[in-house]
Write a protein that binds this ligand. Structure first.
Ligand code: PXP
Length: 237
């Protein structure tokens, strides 16, 4: 199981004082050395954490995969085409949200999604769609031509009742199986932490987990190197 570490919230801390510390690029290098398989950043339209400058430097200095989470907004697409990350993950984005709330509705935004995928393809940027674990979204993703999807684990992670947890877990398991049968690469993420990750890591077919908030939170207390290594240990296998 591969681990992508999202370092957005290192930049969030920097932006609290609009200063220069902590440096997200430094954080990315620590994650890479601690065993992260990819570095994930979300260039949000309001630039609340990651900035263009971070992207350009990351692209130059990291050796592992750079995975850029991005909306369908044209100025963001333009920047992605200029930076050329190894992978672009298309996510929905609402200005007021605290974090990405649901998966991309590929069914309703099909035309726009296709258009953006075409632009990314022209630049040889591999694309993934961040979607809810639903058949209709997987079907639309497949039809769009993408080879990779990331399943939104948020509903599983925020479930408090046992019955709800089982239901949400089953949705993810079934969606993974369904997408694999269609020949797609399946990743997952959002809301995963040191307590809820093991179960998801055991779903056959999921190749990579993308985790940010919980790793950065733990890093504040134990250090980033240790936080990444502990997560690596939990999901290995
Ligand atoms: N995957 C995607 C597509 C995301 O948008 C995010 C949040 O930026 C994550 C994974 C990581 O979520 P979290 O920070 O809750 O671990």
């Amino acid at each position: 199981m591969k681990l992508g570490v999202n370092i957005d919230h290192v930049a969030t801390l920097r932006e609290v004082r609009a200063g220069i510390e902590p440096e997200p690029v430094f954080a990315a290098l620590i994650c890479q050395a601690a065993g992260a398989d990819s570095i994930v950043v979300h260039l949000r339209e309001d630039r609340r954490h990651i900035k263009e400058r971070d992207l350009y430097i990351l692209k130059k200095v990291i050796k592992k995969k750079l995975n850029l989470e991005m909306s369908l907004a044209s100025d963001i697409v333009r920047i992605a085409c200029r930076v050329k990350p190894d992978q672009a993950t298309i996510v929905p984005e609402r200005r007021q949200e605290i974090t990405t709330e649901g998966g991309l509705d590929v069914v309703s935004n099909y035309k726009k999604v296709k258009q953006v995928l075409g632009k990314l393809k022209k630049k040889n940027i591999a694309a993934s769609l961040f979607i809810d674990p639903e058949k209709k979204q997987i079907d639309a993703a497949k039809k769009s031509g993408v080879k990779m999807i990331e399943l939104h684990t948020g509903r599983y992670c925020s479930a408090r009742e046992k019955k709800e947890q089982v239901k949400r877990f089953e949705e993810l398991r079934i969606a993974t199986e369904y997408a694999k049968k269609k020949g797609m690469h399946v990743f997952a993420g959002h809301g995963l932490d040191y307590y809820n990750v093991s179960r998801i890591a055991r779903i056959k077919g999921i190749e990579e987990l993308n985790i940010g908030y919980s790793i950065v939170c733990r890093a504040v207390l134990v250090g980033l190197d240790k936080a990444v290594r502990e997560m690596r240990q939990l999901i290995k296998g």
